[in-house]
Design a protein around this ligand. Structure first.
Ligand code: ATP
Ligand code: ZN
Ligand code: MG
Length: 301
């Protein structure tokens, strides 16, 4: 492999990803999508017996929910909101004139009630809280969504729109910690069965600014976020899965309660679906038909 030809160049040349002209915004071919479908089926086989409640939201949440979640406090640099033209005929004339002049027509738009989902589990917590106290034993969910993060990059593993599959557990501290530990072990088995090299390492979220520095240190020191990293397109391996323990954060943010009324703890395990597909292409080649037999058996049976 010519080192000057990047993985992104190869994926584009092969038609697996389709450039749009904006970094981190790609189309995907049928072959790329099939890998994601097969990997998700593997996730469902591994997690299936747990009886998770399957919930799907569109890749959006209410702007109000984004506000309440504290996202603008912690990650304002990543957020995306949906804006729309809300004017009448006169404003429309203005907009068209601005367009003609090559000016900034987006100034004529207003924020709608909709924001883009930054992580697949975000719309779930307000839903769970609104449904009342958890039953004894807590609840378990299976969610998947396209997610938006404004982090344009030439790294194919850092997209602005990508999919996250998650299992989310709500319950007592003991219940959710056991859930997280079980998924770390399962994920290690799954990724090893795909012949991918991996490591599970402590991590932190990119909390914004000076105030965020302490948050990063605390999250790391308390072991609240672990990532499974796999070499993808860079010298440094890339986080392809994450295992997050939120403690009782969402009890305080949303009011998620235990059966006895106490604050619930939550945890989520997130699979970065595009990153896992990219890792498979990187390690096994651009043609899934030519992947090692054992890997093909795991994914295609
Ligand atoms: P990173 O440290 O690389 O930015 P992250 O800590 O922001 O990752 P999480 O917030 O834990 O990632 O998101 C869960 C999973 O979603 C990650 O493990 C990763 O696989 C995937 N993911 C996160 N950001 C992106 C992105 N920009 N493009 C593609 N996949 C992503
Ligand atoms: Zn999550
Ligand atoms: Mg990130």
């Amino acid at each position: 492999m010519d080192a000057s030809v990047t993985l992104l160049d190869q994926l584009i040349a092969e038609g697996l990803l389709i450039r749009t002209g904006v970094e981190g915004l790609y189309g995907r071919s049928g072959v790329f999508e099939d890998v994601i479908v097969r990997f998700e089926a593997l996730v469902s086989r591994v997690g299936g017996a747990d009886g998770a409640e399957v919930i799907r939201f569109p890749p959006a949440m209410t702007r109000r929910q984004l506000e309440t979640s504290g996202y603008m406090k912690s990650f304002p640099q990543l957020a995306g909101t949906v804006h729309s033209f809300c004017g009448g005929d006169h404003d429309h004339m203005d907009l068209l004139a601005t367009l003609d002049e090559g000016g900034d027509w987006t100034q004529k738009q207003e924020a709608t009630d909709i924001a883009l989902t930054p992580a697949a589990c975000y719309p779930l917590y307000p839903m769970v809280a609104a449904q009342g106290p958890l039953p004894p034993g807590g609840r378990l969910f299976d969610v998947q969504s396209y997610c938006f993060r404004h982090e344009p990059s030439a790294d194919p593993a850092r997209m602005q729109l990508f999919r996250m599959r998650e299992y989310v557990r709500a319950g007592t501290a003991e219940e959710v910690q056991a859930f997280r530990q079980r998924w770390i072990e399962r994920a290690e088995e799954m990724i090893a069965s795909l012949d991918l090299p991996y490591e599970v390492v402590p991590a932190n979220d990119p909390f914004f600014g000076r105030a965020g520095r302490m948050m990063k240190v605390n999250q790391r020191e308390q072991g609240l976020k672990l990532e499974m990293v796999i070499p993808v397109a860079n010298a440094q391996p890339t986080a392809c899965l994450s295992f997050n323990y939120h403690q009782d954060h969402f009890a305080h943010t949303w009011g998620v309660r235990l059966a006895d009324g106490g604050p619930a703890h939550t945890s989520c395990v997130g699979f970065g679906l595009e990153r896992i597909a990219l890792a498979l292409f990187r390690h096994h080649g651009l043609d899934p038909a030519a992947w090692p037999d054992n890997v093909r058996r795991v994914l295609w049976g």
